[in-house]
Design a protein around this ligand. Structure first.
Ligand SMILES: Nc1ncnc2c1ncn2[C@@H]1O[C@H](COP(=O)(O)OP(=O)(O)OP(=O)(O)O)[C@@H](O)[C@H]1O
Length: 244
């Protein structure tokens, strides 16, 4: 499903690569949490998967397509199969919960239909289904600006899920939420991941959440892969090495 081969990214005017010679594959059904200190390269890694990050070297293959050399039109098609969840939600505050969820469909529809807000019965049913799954059906007509952080992230999750993604990516999706809410969000993500048999990759600062929910943990340090294994196999020494 996802393969990285010798992937190196160096930002303009930077001496050191942000990610360096990454080599690994991730299969459908894996729930991967990426750990690493601030600046370790976690966000850069996530961006290489959705084709937002030019590579200095290497190849990234997503859903059977080598995206590193792909044209923008084809890349958009691949991206529409990747759901993305962000730390700061990236919602439209003055629009309703439901309207925000519908924007998840935009990448797969005609621009005119998006502009006119025309959605098929199937799309409406799908949106309702995920609004129920994330527990926000009763709030569907409420403006997003009147929601809590945890509720906003649940809108973000429903928006990603109406894309019917094969891959779900999260860049610090719980970094601005309290511990209990963060746990609920991870529980929900894991549940949807199982239900739809997704490939999920999430950057997270909270080690306990990664240990509790991940099927596989990847540790990055100065852009390099320093741990790759099951949570049960991650020792205190591995953690020291990732975070020292
Ligand atoms: N647009 C950019 N231009 C130049 N350097 C960048 C850019 N984005 C990131 N970097 C650098 O690349 C390295 C990796 O950054 P990245 O954001 O991928 O790390 P991260 O692990 O996600 O950090 P955090 O946990 O703080 O979000 C850092 O040294 C950072 O300063």
């Amino acid at each position: 499903m996802l393969n990285l081969k010798n992937v190196t990214v160096t930002y303009e005017n930077e001496d050191n690569p942000a990610v360096k010679d990454l080599n690994f594959s991730v299969e459908r059904g894996e729930f991967v949490c990426v750990l690493g200190r601030s600046g370790a390269g976690k966000s850069t890694f996530i961006r290489t998967i959705n084709g937002l990050q030019p590579l200095q070297n290497g190849t990234v293959t997503v859903l059977g397509h080598e995206i590193s050399s792909m044209h923008e039109k084809k890349l958009r098609e691949i991206r529409s199969r990747i759901g993305m969840i962000f730390q700061h939600f990236h919602l439209i505050p003055r629009m309703s919960v439901k309207q925000n969820v519908f924007t998840g469909r935009f990448g797969q529809r005609r621009a005119l239909h998006n502009f006119l807000g025309i959605f098929s019965e199937e799309e409406k049913e799908n949106a309702d289904y995920y609004l129920k799954e994330v527990g926000l059906y009763e709030f569907r007509d409420r403006r997003v600006e009147r929601l809590s952080g945890g509720q906003k992230q649940r809108v973000g999750i429903a928006r990603a899920m109406v894309q019917n993604p094969s891959i779900l990516l999260g860049d610090e999706p719980v970094a601005s939420l309290d511990p209990t809410t963060s746990d609920h969000i991870f529980y929900l993500l894991r549940q949807l991941h199982e239900e739809k048999n997704l490939l999920t990759i999430i950057n997270v600062h909270d080690i306990a959440l990664a240990e509790k929910y991940a099927s596989r943990i990847i540790g990055l340090k100065n852009g390099e892969l320093v741990f790759d294994g099951r949570p049960a196999d991650m020792t205190a020494r591995d953690l020291d090495n990732i975070y020292e």
